[in-house]
Design a protein around this ligand. Structure first.
Ligand SMILES: CCCCCCCCCCCCCCCCCCCCCCCCCCCCCC(=O)SCCNC(=O)CCNC(=O)[C@H](O)C(C)(C)COP(=O)(O)OP(=O)(O)OC[C@H]1O[C@@H](n2cnc3c(N)ncnc32)[C@H](O)[C@@H]1OP(=O)(O)O
Ligand SMILES: NC(=O)C1=CN([C@@H]2O[C@H](COP(=O)(O)OP(=O)(O)OC[C@H]3O[C@@H](n4cnc5c(N)ncnc54)[C@H](OP(=O)(O)O)[C@@H]3O)[C@@H](O)[C@H]2O)C=CC1
Length: 515
């Protein structure tokens, strides 16, 4: 019997960010392994014209929850969506709902965040810092609370090369930042943002570090743990391999490469690609929730959920695995054949951006205009280049994360829990994982049917022929222009023609002799 699964039985659990990538997998695993849990409260905002109920209905009826419905047929009754916007005071939660949350919650998993790299500081602070502070305040008023699990990121201290499972001090206290954002206007905030974030690459990593500091300072009387995952990717094993539902991190890049938009990337081939499957993060999170509540460690424990020091894979290997998978399972209607390459040099990267990204987009838009259609490729390509430029920081560096607490936690689990809540990345086979990831991107993100693979292969063959034809035509045009203008080119041309003529004459003569 799994001790962790038994622990969550009968519990009232509060999850923020349950509609997000990680939150959904967390909820799924909780329902599947502890179907006798009492209730899961989720803080949800109405979005994109959908009510809370519609959003929850959509999640529960997705493929991800198919297994849950077999194990826990009354899952609809056990999930309690609470209307909440983390950007508002008291999260905009009604008095009755707040009362229920405060008196019943046993465990909190705080997953909600803005993960955008380009969010203005004010918004990123509001969600990643102030909302965390408010949630801690709520938690301190919960008499039945046993554990508060905060999801941070392994990159919250990405300005360091070696990162321990500790909280590093911030140059400016989070409280001061929150206070000053109240009276500074947006223009000044934008101006001081680079100075505040210092040697971190974006407001996301900076505010996640501030969020950790707030947890450290204001959660002293609570039973807290912090989980720091690295780059979260598709599921490895559970509930099935390859599930993914958003474009963040590598997923968007896999689509861009598979559809032939992404042809070159400024990446350091030997840098560690610290990907971690989302189900591994969830298993560690649930194990940490159990350990924190049952063992009540004296201080806040931080768990690094990373793959680099236990089972490293570099970007080159990962890229090659991705490209190899495209051969077997190509994406439909590709713009060009997938054939991306890494460069490390900024100048050559700019060259390839112009030649391999922008030029084909401009040519294609010209073709669209000629055929009376609306040009769109250049805009799309510029957007892709902007996204890539934001990811570059993370694919040109390696970090070392110590994992002593994570390994300690693993050793504390019973053999059954090590199986049910497996977060040992040493068992992960990268090739197999990447194959399933790419397949998952095709099925669950692009919603492409496997029956379309032969047609997609046919399309790629056609693209290859067009590529050869285009290159040959281009070569001939350039050569013709050169011959018209340069004596040297003419001499070379005459030399090649006379060489071919002599070779053919010799060949003909020797074959006549044989007869
Ligand atoms: C010897 C032989 C040599 C051979 C060499 C072979 C080499 C082979 C190379 C092959 C390459 C093959 C593929 C490579 C695969 C692996 C490489 C992948 C590299 C990936 C690196 C990832 C690094 C991530 C690091 C993360 C560290 C921190 C982790 C975290 O803690 S948080 C999670 C990460 N967060 C994010 O990823 C968020 C990033 N997104 C943003 O910040 C924003 O969305 C934005 C990118 C700034 C864009 O903002 P916009 O306002 O412009 O747009 P908006 O968000 O409204 O979206 C517009 C449309 O764009 C779509 N979109 C959004 N995000 C992405 C994305 N990441 N990728 C693609 N598209 C995206 C969005 O859906 C919108 O679409 P629409 O709705 O249709 O308009
Ligand atoms: N994905 C990754 O690669 C990594 C993620 N992490 C961390 O994991 C956690 C989860 O990330 P992930 O699931 O990928 O992110 P997502 O962007 O998929 O999910 C974010 C969640 O936060 C919710 N949220 C955002 N703003 C509000 C708001 N104002 N009010 C209520 N809810 C809100 C979103 O709700 P809605 O659906 O309404 O937008 C969504 O449920 C984050 O803390 C992130 O920092 C850490 C390392 C890597």
């Amino acid at each position: 019997m799994s001790m962790i699964a038994a622990f969550y039985g009968g519990k009232s659990i509060l999850i923020t960010g349950a509609t997000g990538f990680l939150g959904k997998v967390l909820m799924e695993k909780l329902f599947r392994t502890s179907p006798n849990l009492k209730v899961i409260y989720i803080l949800v905002r109405p979005k994109a014209g959908q009510t809370l109920q519609q959003r929850v209905f959509q999640i529960l009826n997705s493929k991800l929850f198919e297994k849950v419905k077999e194990v826990c047929p009354n899952v609809h009754e056990k999930i309690r969506p609470i209307c909440a916007d983390l950007n508002q005071n008291d999260f905009g939660i009604s008095k009755e709902d707040m009362q229920e949350l405060l008196s019943c919650t046993n465990i909190i998993f705080h997953c909600a965040a803005t993960v955008r790299f380009d969010d203005p500081l004010r918004h990123a602070v509001q969600l990643n810092v102030t909302a965390t502070q408010q949630l801690l305040q709520m938690a301190s008023e919960m008499p039945r609370l046993e554990a508060f699990i905060h999801i941070s990121t392994a990159y919250s201290n990405c300005n360091l090369k070696h990162i321990d499972e500790v909280i590093y001090p911030c140059p400016v206290e989070p409280k001061k930042i929150i206070d000053s954002l109240e009276w500074l206007d947006d223009a000044i905030v934008d101006e001081i943002t680079p100075k505040l974030i210092g040697d971190r690459p974006n407001t996301y990593t900076y505010t996640k570090a501030l969020g950790e500091m707030v947890v450290h300072q204001e959660g002293r009387n609570l039973n807290i743990a912090i989980i720091r995952p690295s780059i979260v990717g598709a599921t490895w094993q559970e509930p099935f391999p390859g599930w993914v539902d958003n474009l963040n991190g590598p997923s968007g890049m896999i689509i861009a490469a598979g559809k032939g938009f992404l042809r070159s990337l400024r990446a350091t081939p030997m840098a560690v690609a610290d990907l971690i499957p989302v189900d591994t993060v969830v298993n560690l999170t649930l194990a940490a929730g159990w350990y924190t509540a049952v063992h009540r460690p004296k201080s806040t424990l931080i768990y690094h959920c990373t793959s680099g020091n236990l089972n490293p894979c570099n970007w080159l290997k990962m890229g090659l695995y991705v490209l190899a998978t495209f051969e077997k399972v190509p994406f439909e209607k590709a713009f060009r054949r997938p054939n991306a390459d890494f460069t490390t040099n900024i100048l050559s990267n700019q060259y390839w951006n112009a030649v391999s990204h922008l030029a084909p987009a401009i040519i294609y838009d010209f073709y669209l205009r000629l055929t009376g259609r609306k040009p769109r490729m250049t805009k799309l390509m510029n957007r892709l280049l902007r996204t890539i430029s934001m990811l570059e920081y993370f694919i040109n560096r390696s970090w070392e994360w110590s994992t002593a607490n994570t390994e300690m936690l693993m050793s504390e689990l019973s053999p059954e829990d090590q199986r049910v809540f497996n977060f040992d990345v040493r068992q992960l086979n990268w090739l197999e994982y990447i194959e399933n990831y790419v397949l998952g991107v095709k099925k669950y993100l692009l919603k492409e049917d496997m029956a379309g693979i032969p047609k997609a292969k046919q399309h790629l063959k056609r693209l290859r022929n067009i590529h050869y034809l285009f290159n040959t035509a281009l070569f001939l045009i350039i050569w013709r222009l050169l011959i018209a203008r340069s004596q040297m080119a003419r001499n070379i041309w005459l030399f090649i023609v006379s060489f071919c003529y002599k070779f053919l004459s010799y060949f003909r003569a020797s074959s006549t002799l044989k007869v």
